[in-house]
Design a protein around this ligand. Structure first.
Ligand code: ADP
Length: 308
């Protein structure tokens, strides 16, 4: 949709995937590398077009040189293992992965409308109807993930991709984990999740599905207010605020009582006191008599729905 950064000139324009058949024959699939889509911790992401089927995908290219530490390799393997097992309309589709001498390539469903980060940067903040529509899609994906014992652990605007149809697709399973059993508690997260829950900062008690619920509350606040609730200019102060549950609703922004109530009920320090996904879906915020659209028009990428 908008212009992207220039393509990396060091990467060849045709990428070859070698497939060894059971009879030992080697077949080659080719992809032409197109637009640069963006860059993450290790990966650079490009549009790939299969020369055979003409199908477009988003390909995350991870240099093997960045995987020398066994922890980094393990993390990528976990990301692939978890992501490839997931199939839901609001989760970025995992197509396929392969490697050559230099890189690992992860081919994903292409999301052409960037992420909610760029959306919010353009729009500043969203209307309640839009937030209701987006949260319902995120809740649907989270219901699926948690039913499959997967905790995403890094839910943030930059990991909510938007498809050409304006569906939300949760992506980046780099910090995700799959529980062996329901009561299991996780103790560590490698990396720094943006919308981190207080029990993760505490570390002692362990954490579970409720960390995703917390992040959902942070996401709701951010979309309605225009900035995250605990944001400060340095991470330590932000973490202190999260621990103290110190945030407020700005007076110059008009928010509905149900909106404020939902956020207040989610952002509680004790994870066992947070609402479940079902309780969130049944909350008054989603039942205010207006009909929530399944999808929003692409015009809302730049302008509020009432102005479109
Ligand atoms: P990392 O795991 O290294 O952080 P990301 O998953 O965040 O990498 O991807 C890096 C960037 O690539 C994203 O910010 C986005 O711009 C782009 N990107 C990733 N996945 C897709 C996709 N499915 N469709 C379109 N762009 C994508």
């Amino acid at each position: 949709m908008t212009s992207r950064k220039a393509e990396d000139p060091d990467q060849p324009a045709i990428i070859e995937e070698k497939i060894v058949r059971v009879n030992g024959e080697i077949a080659v699939r080719q992809y032409s590398k197109g637009r640069f889509l963006g860059k993450g911790g290790f990966a650079r992401c490009y549009e790939f077009c299969s020369t055979e089927t003409r199908k477009l995908t988003a390909s995350k290219i991870v240099p093997k040189a960045s995987l020398t530490k066994s922890r980094a390799k393990q993390k990528l393997m976990t990301e692939i293992k978890i992501h490839r097992s997931l199939h839901h309309p609001n989760i970025v589709g995992f197509e396929h992965f392969f490697e050559d001498q230099e890189n690992v390539y992860i081919l994903l469903e292409l999301c052409t409308n960037q992420t909610m980060n760029e959306l919010l940067r353009r729009r500043k903040r969203l209307q309640e109807l839009e937030v209701q529509c987006y949260l319902q899609q995120i809740i649907s994906a989270l219901n699926y993930l948690h039913a499959h014992k997967v905790i995403h652990r890094d839910l943030k605007l930059g990991n909510f991709f938007l498809s050409d149809k304006m569906e939300i697709k949760i992506g980046d399973f780099g910090l995700a984990t799959k529980l062996e059993f329901d009561g299991e508690k996780k103790r560590t997260i490698c990396g720094t999740p943006n919308y981190i829950a207080p029990e993760v900062l505490d570390g002692k008690m362990g954490h579970s599905y409720e960390v995703d619920i917390w992040s959902l509350g942070v996401v709701a606040y951010t979309l309605l207010v225009g900035k995250p609730p605990f944001e400060t200019s340095d991470v330590k102060t932000t973490y202190r605020r999260i621990r103290m549950n110190s945030y407020s609703f700005p007076e110059n922004i008009s928010l509905s009582e149900p909106g404020k109530n939902l956020i207040t009920r989610i952002l509680v320090t004790d994870p066992t006191k947070r609402p479940t996904l079902t309780e969130i879906s049944n909350h008054e915020f989603f039942h205010q008599g207006n009909s929530i659209p399944k999808l929003l028009p692409p015009s809302t990428l730049a302008c509020p729905p009432s102005a479109s």
